[in-house]
Ligand binder design. Sequence first.
Ligand code: TGC
Ligand code: FAD
Length: 394
Amino acid sequence: MPQTPLELFGTEALIGEEDRAIRDTVRAFVEKEVKPHLADWFEAGEVPVRELAPELGRLGVLGMHLEGYGCAGTSATAYGLACMELEAADSGIRSLVSVQGSLAMFAIWKWGSEEQKQEWLPRMAAGEAIGCFGLTEPDFGSNPAGMRTRARRDASGDWVLSGTKMWITNAPVADVAVVWAQTDEAADGKGIRGFVVPTDTPGFSAPVIKQKLSLRASVTGEIVLDEVRLPASAAFPEVRGLKGPLSCLNEARFGIVFGAVGAARDCLESAIAYAASREIYDKPLAGYQITQTKLADMTLELGKSMLLALQLGRLKDEGTLRPEQISLGKLNNVREAIAIARECRTILAAAGVTLEYPIMRHANNLESVLTYEGTSEVHQLIIGQALTGESAFR
Ligand code: TGC
Ligand code: FAD
């Protein structure tokens, strides 16, 4: 009886019963409610975020690893495994959940005032309110310290925000944006503060970014802040500097470490199924040595990625996971997932370039995943700094 790649590695035994049950629930939801629609969503470049979010809320995955305020308070590993199942469907769907739970909700949960938490978190956990996270700008992606978005206080004590954020997932459909802006409270990026911005505030707009060739089942936009006036209570009270947004990126990057395994697993399982059914000359493609060599090599990388994800999950659940360890996982698992997707596509040949199979959709999506949440080069530099003690960013 053939085994799946991860059965061969025996990784199931490393997952606790409760985490497995959560994973299975998410997998069943994805199979029934998400996967059947993905080719159409991807082709149309549209995804019904408004309808999907309440369903994801009922499933319990929005902010699932946070405690209180309507969140499930699961283990970090369970959150990772949920990301794996969501990304086995499509990176855009995992992104929806990452941005909502790990970026927008986590920012409010970790750094918000009690009033901000009460106002937004229960509705966001239920998928009734959609959040986005504005850090990147047109001229400042990898180097967010240089951001030009400004928040100044006027005589009445209100904040006034001006600037432009770019490539912001869910911005055009969001009810609330967590926006990071430079203040004049301190120099060298240390004056950066976070703001909770209801998207119906006058001066806020979020035009859609069109013609993406990757992550098409995800809404991406700009955020334009034209003298957006907010009460003093809109700012996160305590946190200053880049550690505010970067603490949120740690959460989302952790989800991607697992998510990338899901995308790669889906590609590999599709390629194995295809190879078993495709007859070349007089026998299945799966019976040829070249095919088996490809499948064996990809299985090695998939299994190693899974082991790395589970190890990082264990460290996070123990409370000892460090940012540079998350970089190891994000760099390796996304890089290997892209390599696996491309190799699987060769097994399907012409059939592999269509949306009838998920492989090229995953490969295209993974180009975005390689770039967002820190490019592969940024993660190499973070690891390099951890190894040498020298920063090579500047
Ligand atoms: P650096 O001088 O090293 O640090 C500035 C301050 O931040 C602290 N810090 C961290 N805190 C928490 N977690 C981390 N991972 C942290 N890394 C650094 C640091 O201790 C310092 O604190 P303080 O109190 O001394 O001021 O910063 P740098 O300016 O040299 O920047 C280096 C680096 C690598 C951190 C930064 O350039 C980087 O990570 N760039 C990548 C930007 C990025 O990932 N953007 C993602 C935007 S969101 C997104 O892409 C969403 S995609 C949708 C989805 O997720 O699905
Ligand atoms: P740049 O920073 O301009 O990088 C260009 C090249 O230079 C890259 O190869 C990079 O690795 C390299 N480079 C950078 N620094 C160095 C260095 N020091 N040494 C050597 N090489 C270097 N952002 C958000 O804030 N919120 C979101 O919700 C969000 N969603 C996104 C969704 C999608 C689909 C995409 C594609 C992006 C999204 N982003 C979001 C933005 C994403 O985080 C940035 O694209 C990413 O951080 C890289 O920034 P950049 O594109 O400006 O590239």
